[in-house]
Design a protein around this ligand. Structure first.
Ligand code: HEC
Length: 116
């Protein structure tokens, strides 16, 4: 039993990446600061209808979360850090935005809906 402790450092430090970059990006995309990008931009960044309602019972108003699959990394960085009428402003590090960017690129490239 005591010998188990000898192996503990291997479990803790043996493998550098507990989660892959893809998983890290997915985690961020789905829950950055508690508000998921997916809830407004779809699971793969393909965009979706956020809300659609009748204004004064006449005119239909539809609000879309845009398709962000083709967005460049620099545009993504600039967008998340800005104020918007609907989209929240996120205080994400460069590393976090980059992970989100690669996540969107990877899932669309492989055309995998999800990793799970
Ligand atoms: C509450 C809904 C909502 C959430 C959550 C949200 N967005 Fe958005 N986003 C929008 C809407 C609506 C627009 C388009 C209009 C605007 O700029 O406000 C937009 C625009 C964008 C654009 C610019 C698209 C273009 O073509 O110019 C990018 C990039 C983007 N969002 C990325 C993200 C990322 C990444 C996240 C998560 C960190 C996120 N959004 C979370 C609603 C949302």
């Amino acid at each position: 039993m005591k010998k188990l402790w000898l192996f503990l450092p291997i479990f803790l430090f043996g493998s550098e990446d507990f989660i892959t970059d893809l998983e890290y990006g997915q985690m961020l995309y789905k829950n950055p600061r508690g508000i998921s990008c997916a809830s407004c931009h779809g699971l793969k960044g393909e965009g979706k209808v956020i809300v659609s309602y009748l204004k004064k019972n006449k005119e239909r108003v539809t609000i879309y979360g845009s398709d962000i699959r083709q967005i460049s990394l620099s545009k993504l960085k600039a967008t998340v850090a800005r104020n918007h009428p609907i989209m929240p402003k996120y205080y994400l590090t460069t590393e976090e935005v980059t992970a989100i960017y690669y996540y969107i690129q990877m899932i669309n490239q492989k055309d995998k809906g999800d990793i799970e």
